[in-house]
Design a protein around this ligand. Structure first.
Ligand code: ADP
Ligand code: MG
Length: 469
């Protein structure tokens, strides 16, 4: 199993000693090296976009770097590349001397859980989980049990003055509070590098100051490397180095003199949150719809564990039967919790079958059985997809859809189907190309099947791929 830092030094960190200056050791090697990075979308097509064009950048341990530039200049693409969420078209990204482009899926998952913490403009809190559960999520994904992680989560909640909100749900918190929760969640695995994409873009200036100060404090006191994206010049004062971007290129790098710590501006004093700085009455409209909107720009493999509610929803629309709204909503919650591995499969089935008055989803037993068996089969099948052995997985998926959809395909068509599924697994083609290939006549290595069947196969495969992530 992978190494997991057990002692969360955040929980034991003291209040900043006033006057202490966080040193950047000049001889320390950079922990992030971006070399000749290009990211080109829709390469070779008429709508080709050079999102990043020849980026070279070194970031050193304990630096606070701000990536600054107008909307569309490539800031997010650069940040997601460093996070390993965006594959370079050319060039390399090294983090702690390792080429993250060479990581396989498991290593990337480890990298996301242990090395980096990410914070987005939209908070990506899961609306159906409490604040405490939201914070514990990254550890649950790292294979920990809730009871073992609660103590460090509670410690962090206390530190960031959110403890009174622990049992509440995201919709009950103000924007500033939600962003503090998102920051805390990114800290729970004690990552070395914190990446933040416009983290205060949705906040009023007072809440923005509180959150920006938390980043400053994390940098100076907790020695975290911070890489923060903003288009707002008002935020530049917080960084040590400003990377100015324009049209996919770095146009200037500005070094700021390292300032002595202004302990007065910190959120904590004598181990307690300062009352005068913590806004008590923020009125920021809650816009949870942003959550799903924000998912649009990212692909499924970029969102990782945040996709669980979406997965649950997709499973539902896939295995849909007629039932009341209440039964569907209740069951979606149960399914989410099953996908989060909080419940066993047996519990999931039992809960679907239990009356709504008793906290279940109120489903008919036969329906619950049929549905949960379907879920089990899909989750099992998705779990078997092995990206290290795509040809075998493609063949197995072809056999799976053939039998599940009762297609009775002959051997030569099965071979074509396996090849097309292989291309999809290999990410050579997207969903639409996949369907076009399936739709092609048999002699053009397609399947010669009708549109309705093609649609069914495509839905089945896309769902399995989504579940696999
Ligand atoms: P910023 O964060 O600075 O606003 P982005 O990195 O989001 O900029 O985008 C840089 C450019 O790349 C923009 O022109 C944007 O439209 C384009 N872009 C970003 N993501 C995609 C994508 N998935 N497909 C096509 N173009 C994209
Ligand atoms: Mg952006």
């Amino acid at each position: 199993m992978e190494n997991q830092p057990q002692n969360n030094n955040l929980s034991s960190a003291a209040t900043p000693a006033s006057g202490a200056v966080a040193e950047i050791t000049p001889q320390a090697p950079p922990n992030v090296v971006v070399k000749d990075l290009n990211v080109i979308y829709n390469q070779g097509k008429s709508n080709e976009i050079r999102s990043l064009d020849g980026i070279n950048l070194e970031i050193f341990p304990r630096e606070y770097v701000i990536i600054f530039g107008p909307s569309g200049c490539g800031k997010s693409t650069l940040l997601y590349s460093i996070a390993g969420l965006q594959k370079p078209t050319n060039g390399t990204i090294t983090v702690d001397q390792e080429d993250i482009g060479a990581y396989d899926n498991r290593q990337i998952a480890w990298f996301h859980r242990q090395k980096i913490g990410m914070i987005f403009q939209s908070f990506y809190l899961i609306s159906s989980l409490s604040i405490l559960e939201n914070i514990c999520l990254p550890k649950i994904f790292a294979g920990k049990m809730m009871k073992d992680i609660k103590a460090s989560a509670v410690e962090l909640l206390k530190r960031y003055d959110i403890i009174e909100q622990a049992a509440k749900f995201p919709s009950e918190l103000s924007g500033g509070q939600k962003q503090r929760v998102a920051v805390i969640r990114s800290l729970i695995n004690d990552p070395e590098i914190i990446l933040a994409d416009e983290p205060v873009g949705n906040l009023d200036s007072k809440s923005a100051h509180v959150v920006m100060t938390i980043f400053k404090e994390l940098n100076e006191v907790e020695k975290k490397t911070i890489i923060l994206v903003t288009h707002d010049p008002a935020h530049l004062q917080y960084g040590d180095r400003i990377v100015h971007m324009m049209d996919g290129k770095i146009v200037r790098i500005e070094n700021k003199p390292k300032r002595a710590i202004d302990a007065d501006s910190y959120i904590f004093k004598d181990g307690k949150a300062r009352e005068d700085l913590t806004p008590r009455s923020e009125h920021i409209p809650i816009n949870l719809r942003l959550l799903m909107q924000s998912f649009k720009g990212l692909s499924s493999d970029q969102i990782g564990n945040l996709l669980v509610p979406f997965k649950a929803q997709q499973l539902f629309s896939h295995l849909f039967f007629s039932m009341t709204n209440d039964q569907i909503i209740k069951a979606t919650k149960k399914l989410e919790s099953f996908l989060y591995f909080k419940d066993s499969f047996h519990d999931f089935f039992e809960q679907l079958d239990t009356p709504i008055e008793e906290g279940g989803a109120g489903w008919d037993k036969r329906l619950a059985k049929r549905f949960s068996d379907n879920v089990k089969q899909l989750v099992y099948q998705a779990g078997k997809i092995d990206f290290a052995n795509k040809p075998a997985s493609a063949r197995e998926l072809a056999e799976y859809v053939n039998s599940r959809l009762d297609l009775k395909l002959d051997e030569s068509i099965m071979n074509n189907l396996s090849k097309i599924i292989f291309d999809r697994l290999d990410n050579h083609i997207g969903k639409n190309e996949f369907k076009i290939l399936l739709d092609a006549p048999e002699k053009e290595r397609g399947l010669g099947l009708n549109k309705r069947v093609v649609e069914k196969i495509s839905k089945e495969i896309e769902l399995l791929l989504l579940l696999r992530y």
